[in-house]
Design a protein around this ligand. Structure first.
Ligand code: NAP
Length: 366
C-alpha cells in the first residue's frame, strides 16, 4: 500500500472523522478571476503557473467558492479552465473545495461593479433547495468537472447584516445538500462561518434528513489566525476555545480562512511603510480590520521570531496554525508564485513548546 500520509514530501491529514486526506498546505483562490473586471488579484496566466507549482510541491487541497471573486464566479471559471486544460490526471489528484449560498451574481461576471441587487430575485441566493440545486449545476459547468470533493454551506441560514438566507428551514437546506451527495455530484460536506450553536443545529438537521450515518459534516471553515483568534467562534461572545472544544467533541476539522490575516502576518506591513507597500491590505477596504496598532505589533513580533528561527514570517504564522488542535490544512491565499513556494516551507518549521507559548502570549489579546 502506498504511503497515504504524504504526497511529494508534503505531509497530509485526514479531514474530520472521514477518509478524505488533504495536504497540510492548501491554497485559497478567493482573489482569483479576471483582474481587469472583478477586482481580483490573480488572472489566468499567473494563476496557472501557481497551480502547476502548487501541485509540484504537493499542495492538492484547493479552495474556492461559487461567489469568488466579488460575486462574479470567476475564480471557479479560472479553475475550470485549468482543469479542462490539464485533464483528468490532474483533476483526480485535487481535493476541490467550493462553497454555495453567498451572493453569486454571475450574470455580471464581466461587470459592472458594484452589482445592483435589485436585478436578482430572492431565489438567486441563500440556502433554499431551488438555489442550491441550480448553483450546483452552474458550479460543475464552470469548474469543468463532474463532482465537488468538499462542499461547504458558505454561511448559516440566519438573519445577519449582509447575510444570505434568513428563512429557509435547516432541513430543506441539508436535505438538498444530502441529495447532492446521493447524486454523486458532491463527495463530502462542510460548513463555513458557523458558530458552535449553528453547527450543532446543522448536525442535528443532517442527522434527520441524511440518507445514512455517513452523511456527516467533516469540516468547518471559519476565520482563524494569530491576529484574530476569537473570530474562530464566528459569533459575538463565542471564543476560540469553545470552537476548538466543539470540533474535538464532534470530530470535525477546522480549516482556517484568513490564515495570514490577509497578509498582515507575512511581515510585509510595518508601522513605517504603509504608504509604500502594494498589497491587499493597503489597497482594499479590509485594511482597517488588520492594520491596527495591536496587529502591526504582533506582525513585528512574528517577523522577529521568524528571523531567529531562520524562516519567513508567513511560515511561522502557518506553522502556529498547524500546531492548533483539530486543524487539517492551511489554505492561505497566494497571488504570486513565490507565495506558494514560501508557504509550503511552513511544514518544516519546528516549534517548541516555549515558541508556541511565546506566540500564544503575544496574540492573547486577539
Ligand atoms: N469561508 C469564507 O467565508 C472565507 C472568507 C475569506 C477567505 N476564505 C478562503 O480562505 C483563503 C485564504 O484567505 P485569504 O486569501 O483571504 O487571506 P490570507 O490567506 O490570510 O492572506 C493572503 C494574502 O497574503 C499574502 N501572502 C500570501 N502568502 C504570502 C507570502 N508567503 N509572503 C508574502 N505575502 C503572502 C498575499 O497578499 P497580496 O495579495 O497582498 O500579495 C495574499 O493575498 C481564501 O483564498 C479563500 O479560499 C474563505
Amino acid at each position: 500500500m502506498s504511503d497515504t500520509s504524504s504526497f511529494r514530501g508534503m505531509p497530509c491529514r485526514t479531514v474530520g472523522d472521514s477518509g478524505l486526506w488533504v495536504s497540510e498546505i492548501g491554497i485559497g483562490l478567493w482573489k482569483w478571476g479576471y483582474p481587469e473586471y472583478d477586482h481580483s488579484r490573480v488572472g489566468e496566466y499567473v494563476g496557472f503557473q501557481i497551480l502547476d507549482r502548487a501541485l509540484d510541491l504537493g499542495v492538492f487541497h484547493w479552495d474556492t467558492a461559487a461567489s469568488y471573486n466579488a460575486g462574479s464566479g470567476n475564480s471557479e471559471r479560472l479553475l475550470g479552465r485549468y482543469f479542462a486544460n490539464r485533464g483528468r490526471i490532474v483533476r483526480d489528484k485535487i481535493v476541490l473545495a467550493t462553497k454555495f449560498a453567498n451572493h453569486h451574481r454571475e450574470e455580471h461576471q464581466l461587470g459592472p461593479y458594484p452589482i445592483n441587487d435589485q436585478d436578482f430575485t430572492p431565489n438567486q441566493c441563500g440556502g433554499s433547495r431551488i438555489y442550491l440545486m441550480r448553483e450546483l449545476e452552474h458550479s460543475l459547468r464552470k469548474l469543468c468537472t463532474d463532482r465537488i470533493d468538499l462542499l461547504y454551506l458558505h454561511s448559516p441560514n440566519v438573519a445577519t447584516a449582509g447575510g444570505t438566507d434568513w428563512i429557509t428551514p435547516l432541513d430543506e437546506t441539508w436535505s438538498a445538500m444530502d441529495d447532492m451527495v446521493s447524486q454523486g455530484k458532491v463527495r463530502y460536506l462542510g460548513i463555513s462561518n458557523h458558530s458552535p450553536e449553528q453547527a450543532r443545529a446543522t448536525i442535528e438537521a443532517l442527522k434527520q434528513v441524511g440518507k445514512d450515518s455517513s452523511r456527516r459534516i467533516i469540516a468547518i471553515q471559519n476565520c482563524y489566525n494569530m491576529a484574530e483568534r476569537s473570530k474562530l467562534g464566528s459569533s459575538e461572545g463565542v471564543g476560540e476555545q469553545e470552537m476548538l472544544d466543539f470540533a474535538a467533541e464532534y470530530g470535525i476539522s477546522i480549516i482556517p480562512y484568513f490564515p495570514l490575516a490577509g497578509g498582515l502576518l507575512t511581515g510585509r506591513y510595518t508601522k513605517g511603510n504603509l504608504d509604500q507597500v502594494e498589497g491587499r491590505l493597503t489597497t482594499e477596504a479590509i485594511s482597517g480590520r488588520f492594520l491596527t496598532d495591536k496587529g502591526l505589533k504582533l506582525a513585528a513580533k512574528v517577523t522577529a521570531m521568524a528571523k531567529q528561527k531562520k524562516c519567513s514570517a508567513a511560515q511561522l504564522a502557518i506553522a502556529w496554525l498547524l500546531k492548533r488542535p483539530m486543524l487539517a490544512s492551511v489554505i492561505a491565499g497566494c497571488t504570486k508564485l513565490e507565495h506558494i513556494e514560501d508557504n509550503v516551507g511552513a511544514v518544516k518549521v519546528k516549534l517548541s513548546k516555549a515558541d508556541i507559548d511565546e506566540l500564544n502570549k503575544a496574540s492573547a489579546w486577539s
